[in-house]
Design a protein around this ligand. Structure first.
Ligand code: FAD
Length: 369
């Protein structure tokens, strides 16, 4: 008998949510995370309707709603003029909660469902499909076995590499800088400045804060004065950054794994697909996929045969759609002038007109993904 029904490698938001969904179904699950403790980096903030549904299924929607703020909508601006303005319906509602808080709520939920399921400081160095089970080797030299192993080990997935699964690049690359700062104005709208000199986005955060993101092709906006100056030159807004605040520069890239399964080993989340943070979709896509995977695993544990067509195909379709959308958002934010800028503003304006507004809001909020 294997040590566990399912072993999940990686306690990011996707591995944790999948563990909750499985534990809720009575599946014996172990999560192995190489970090010694929580990841406090500031990454995902946007929880779209598919993500809300996943959190609901995991039984933590009330906790998330209590901490998150609900985004009312957003405005796209160029040169001081609002090109398009959207307000979200209840069904389109996007919740905003920093990822480290969402992760913490998922960890709490998992420990209530299955105490001791999460193992920090456990770096998996190798997985081996032995036919009837999969063995996992740890840096410490220990070994465990599980009926199925789920690689939720992120964009740089060592398991994906070990299995020799191709990591195919998709269009949509760029560099950005971001910073989360106190915000005196209690504003619940996102603002996207698609300016001739490049993109500036800002989003409200809980606890009176706001996230600012600026395109940074030269990777030079990593100090406060340069960041503030870029925001002022592009938008006319004078940003105040508290002493000691340093923007974080990050790369946006898009990739898809050529396949998501190898025998009893399955890729999920960023290990399976990398989606540009512009548009805020990666975590939500991973959660929606985790829901499909949990259902497939539950069915398989009964029969011993892992049938993943209901996981793999819809996930790849959803990822393709999300990557196309992110590419579009990134294109709309590139520096532009003259007829290109004019044409782009016409397209954005059209997306905000009455006949298209609802569909545009559905697209932005990942409805149906
Ligand atoms: C700036 C930024 C903003 C973003 N904003 C949004 C947003 O608003 N909305 C959204 O949906 N998405 C957003 N994303 C994307 C989102 O952060 C990712 O899609 C999400 O973190 C993926 O979760 P994951 O669990 O698949 O992987 P990860 O969060 O990368 O977790 C993987 C885990 O696996 C562990 N691990 C790796 N290798 C091993 C090993 N060998 N053994 C054990 N453990 C291992 C890692 O330590 C890590 O904890 C954003 C990303 C960035 C960078």
């Amino acid at each position: 008998m294997p040590d566990h029904d399912v072993a999940i490698v990686g306690a990011g938001p996707v591995g944790l949510l999948l563990a909750c969904l499985l534990a809720q179904r009575g599946v014996d699950v172990a999560v192995y995370e190489m970090r010694a403790g929580a990841d406090d980096r500031s990454r995902a903030i946007g929880i779209h309707p598919p993500g809300r549904a996943a959190l609901d299924d995991a039984g933590i929607s009330a906790e998330v709603r209590a901490e998150a703020l609900a985004l009312e909508g957003g405005d796209v601006v160029c040169d001081g003029r609002i090109l398009a303005s959207l307000s979200f319906t209840a069904a389109q509602r996007v919740l905003i909660l920093p990822q480290h808080r969402t992760d913490a709520l998922l960890r709490q939920r998992l420990s209530r469902l299955q105490e001791g399921a999460l193992h920090f400081a456990h770096r998996v160095t190798r997985v081996h499909d032995e036919g009837a089970a999969v063995s996992l080797s740890f840096e410490t030299g220990r070994e465990k076995t599980a009926s199925f192993v789920i690689a939720a080990d992120g964009v740089r997935s060592g398991i994906r590499r070990q299995l020799g699964i191709d990591w195919r690049e998709r269009p949509g690359t760029g560099w950005y800088a971001m910073v989360d700062v106190p915000d005196a104005h209690a504003d619940l709208r996102a603002r996207l400045h698609c300016e001739s000199a490049g993109l500036v986005e800002s989003f409200p955060l809980p606890e009176g804060r706001r996230r600012w993101v600026a395109s940074d092709p030269q990777r030079m906006l990593d100090d406060a004065p340069t960041f503030i100056d870029a925001i002022r030159r592009r938008t006319g807004i004078r940003l105040d950054l508290p002493d000691g605040t340093a923007p974080t520069v990050f790369a946006a890239r898009q990739h898809r794994a050529s396949r998501l399964t190898a025998g009893r080993i399955v890729l999920v989340g960023d290990a399976a697909h990398e989606t540009s943070p512009i548009g805020g979709q990666g975590m939500n896509l991973g959660w929606a996929a985790a829901g499909r995977l949990a259902a497939a695993i539950e069915r398989s544990l009964g029969t011993g045969v892992l049938v993943l067509s209901d996981y793999e195909r819809p996930t790849m379709r959803a990822v393709a759609g999300a990557q196309r959308r992110s590419f579009f958002y990134m294109t709309m934010g590139r520096p532009a002038r003259g007829p290109v800028l004019w044409g782009r503003n016409v397209v954005i304006g059209a997306l905000g007109t009455a006949p298209l507004r609802r569909r545009t809001a559905d697209m932005i909020t990942m409805r149906g993904a």
